[in-house]
Design a protein around this ligand. Structure first.
Ligand SMILES: Nc1ncnc2c1ncn2[C@@H]1O[C@H](COP(=O)(O)OP(=O)(O)OP(=O)(O)O)[C@@H](O)[C@H]1O
Length: 755
């Protein structure tokens, strides 16, 4: 093998030499392109300044400026392509590839292929490195030695896989090299997983596992539901999937057409480096709270976290109402309600400017009522809007002749006058009166801009009053609380999806047809009504939904099959596929075995063989003893590590611990507005730790006081599954029932000393 290693090392050197050459060339072209652009830009600024008094000159200048503008845009595009190329080459220079496959199509047709994060083509058009996303590269992830199949644009192909080799190359030096018959050899994976947690998630391109590869390369389904146990690589796989899709459909898909809903802002930042590390631009990323806040400006929308914090205080009646609003049937009721709306029911509202009513709600209502009843509500609404805009245009025309406007023109400075002319050059009008009329029109249009805005944005319907009407007819008991919230400019989370659905169905707006892929992480935290709305809001998007029903913090636990069943029925999607990931990679075997024993059906979870310490359960008789144990474990962890996460059931607990710790340690209490995970001691409630992982985790306090309800098992499981290497649970007085039933061999029992 040593000889082989030398040969491979020589090849790495040869490839790096080629990369350096290409890098130099690309850099030269890039520098040239940049110089050219700045020259064109300079020219453009000078031309734009040219005196434009003579009409002929002006027209010529305009054409020239347009041409230069296009030139600049083209140059920028070129530069972006070159920039991407340079980045890819730099990355390849450090680690040109991670895999090699030797294949044999026929007896005398042997081929050796190297696989890396991007492809590298030599001067004779030969592939020195294959991109991991190329069809042939899938053999590396999928095939055992022998006859293997792979998909190509021309259909299935078969070949004979003779050898599979894995590398870890750093700075051009082969650190590790294995020949393997495993799907992807455990050795390299083990060493990757043994590393410390990082501020940013890493890509898994070199060690993608077969089931993950299925998720990544699926292009046949419109709904892909990934149900994976904690730490099974769901998030990692979908980020790789995004990179794959961008490559697979590179002529028709760009990163702006992909939206990922992530559970919180910390997570958004945590995963933000994965796509760039694969040479791709990041998709659009947002949390549900951000999405809703954008749509309900002026109101304070309850977040999932606020709701979680107040859950214990809700009455049974409130909880029932909440659940009703979150079901698919409620959204169907909204749909039926809109379909059967009559003109009298529509809650039109006055459009005002300053203190003056421009359109009165009765006038709007009459316009709507006079439209043919054969038209559907959204069509009638649209026609009403058109008529209102026409009336406003008429008003603007009429008003532009009024005295106040003419007086205003008289006192305009040259600068203001030109600003009103916008792109229209002085003198393009035949008569001076035409120019003045144009200016007058502009002035009045500006005066009525807010009214135009209100019409375009459909503000002539009071959607909240409409929802009240709907509740009055369909769920009367929910009305008082909704009204009470609204008076305080607040909106409960469960009302958001139905309200948006109602608004969009009536106004035929709010939908984004350009999004081609919608990814939702932590799907178990979404209600059916939210999913129905998101599917409606992004009608052309294929869905990739991933979650772990066991990590349901906010909603009742739903099994995989019933979730898929409801999604298929309610979203009406035909081509669906579910993929289960049962192997957990994040934590050591000991931690995985511990956390799986918390679940009734935890047996399905397989631990990846990476050994470490058993978790500790610390039993404390009182608060003082628990705090002492906490200090000791923090000290110990910080000796070898620069970060430790203390995860609690809720914010109140986090707050209390923070007050105790912040004088002793560099401590940060995280909130839902935080994006950065600092070093030192970090304290956070479990919902903010979603999707994240830490070397060291302390779960505080795991007593029955916090975790006696059966639904809290999911919370404990989620907390424990955040730990990669070390897990400590501290309990005060009576241990949570679920923990007291765990096999004592799975953890180390520790008694906190009382001082
Ligand atoms: N094929 C793989 N190669 C290397 N590392 C992997 C692989 N799959 C998963 N991992 C690692 O395992 C850890 C967990 O992965 P990830 O966060 O994607 O899992 P998840 O299923 O989304 O977890 P959770 O639902 O618990 O938040 C990460 O550190 C990730 O890098």
């Amino acid at each position: 093998m040593e000889k082989e290693r030398q040969i491979e090392q020589q090849r790495v050197a040869m490839v790096r030499h080629e990369i350096s050459n290409q890098l130099l060339q690309a850099q030269t072209v890039y520098d040239k392109a940049q110089k050219e652009r700045s020259l064109v830009e300079k020219n453009y600024v000078q031309n734009a300044r040219i005196n434009t008094f003579e009409i002929d000159d002006r027209m010529e200048t305009n054409a020239e400026i347009q041409q230069q503008k296009q030139l600049v845009a083209k140059n920028i595009e070129n530069e972006q392509i070159l920039n991407k190329q340079i980045k890819e080459l730099k990355q390849l220079n450090n680690s040109p590839y991670f895999g090699r496959i030797d294949i044999q199509d026929s007896a005398d047709d042997n081929e050796t292929l190297y696989i890396g994060t991007a492809s590298l083509v030599g001067s004779n058009q030969e592939f020195i490195i294959y991109d991991w996303r190329a069809p042939i590269s899938s053999i590396y992830y999928n095939g055992r030695l022998g006859e293997v199949e792979y998909e190509t644009p021309m259909g299935k192909q078969t070949t004979n896989l003779k050898r599979k080799r894995q590398f870890t190359i750093n700075n051009g030096i082969i650190k590790n090299m294995f020949d393997t018959n495993e799907l992807v050899g455990d050795e390299i994976l083990k060493s990757v997983l043994g590393e410390h947690s990082d501020e940013y998630m890493h890509n898994i391109v070199a060690t993608i596992q077969k089931e993950q590869n299925d998720i990544i390369r699926d292009t046949k389904h419109d709904l892909l539901l990934v149900q994976g146990v904690a730490g099974s690589g769901k998030t990692s796989a979908i980020l790789q999937r995004i990179a794959f899709l961008l490559y697979h459909s590179r002529t028709s898909l760009n990163a702006d057409q992909i939206v990922l809903f992530s559970p919180n802002l910390l997570f958004s930042r945590y995963i933000s480096e994965v796509l760039p590390s694969l040479g791709e631009r990041n998709m659009r990323q947002l949390t549900l709270a951000e999405f809703l806040a954008q749509r309900f400006q002026g109101l304070t929308v309850e977040t999932l976290f606020e709701r979680y914090e107040k859950k214990p205080t809700l009455s049974k009646k409130q909880r029932n109402i909440q659940q009703l609003k979150e079901q698919a049937s409620f959204m169907q009721q909204i749909k039926d309600y809109v379909a059967s709306l009559n003109s009298k029911q529509l809650q039109f509202t006055d459009i005002m400017l300053g203190g003056t009513t421009i359109f009165n709600h009765t006038e709007i209502s009459e316009i709507f009522a006079n439209l043919p009843t054969t038209m559907k509500t959204p069509q009638r609404f649209f026609e009403t809007k058109n008529k209102l805009i026409k009336r406003l245009n008429k008003l603007v025309n009429k008003e532009s002749r009024s005295d106040w406007v003419l007086e205003k023109i008289d006192i305009l400075s040259d600068e203001q006058y030109n600003a009103y002319l916008e792109n229209k050059q002085r003198g393009l009008f035949q008569e001076i009166s035409d120019e003045e009329h144009y200016i007058a029109h502009q002035i009045v249009k500006q005066h009525y801009a807010v009214v135009y805005d209100a019409l375009y944005n459909n503000y002539f319907i009071d959607i909240y009053a409409q929802y009240e009407d709907f509740l009055q007819l369909n769920l009367k008991s929910a009305l008082p609380l909704f009204v009470e919230h609204l008076e305080l400019h607040k909106l409960a989370l469960e009302d958001c999806a139905p309200l948006l659905y109602l608004r969009d169905l009536i106004t035929d707006s709010g939908r984004n047809h350009t999004i081609a892929h919608l990814f939702i992480d932590e799907i178990q935290d979404y209600t059916l009504s939210q999913l129905i709305y998101l599917h409606f809001a992004f009608p052309n998007a294929k869905l990739t939904l991933l979650g772990d029903s066991e990590q349901a913090l906010f909603n009742p636990l739903v099994s995989n099959s019933s979730l898929l069943d409801s999604l298929e029925k309610t979203l009406n999607i035909k081509k669906t596929r579910t993929i289960a990931l049962n192997k957990s990679y994040r934590s050591t075997t000991e931690i995985t075995n511990f956390m799986k024993s918390l679940l009734p059906d935890g047996d399905k979870i397989q631990a990846f063989t990476r050994s470490g310490n058993k978790p500790h359960i610390v039993f404390a008789n009182d608060n003082t003893a628990a705090e002492q144990a906490l200090y000791v474990h923090i000290h110990k962890a910080l000796e070898n590590n620069d970060q430790i996460a203390i995860i609690t059931a809720n914010m109140q607990e986090s707050n209390q611990i923070y007050n105790k710790l912040n004088k002793r340690f560099p401590t940060t209490l995280l909130t839902d507005a935080d994006r950065v995970l600092p070093k030192g001691v970090i304290i956070l409630p479990i919902y903010l730790a979603k999707g994240l992982e830490f070397d060291n985790v302390i779960a505080y306090d795991v007593s029955s006081k916090n975790y006696s309800h059966p639904s809290s098992i999911g919370i404990l499981y989620t907390i424990c599954s955040r730990a990669m290497h070390h897990l400590i649970l501290i309990s005060i007085e009576e241990l949570a029932p679920v923990l007291s039933t765990i096999d004592p061999n799975l953890y180390i029992k520790e008694q906190a000393s009382t001082f």
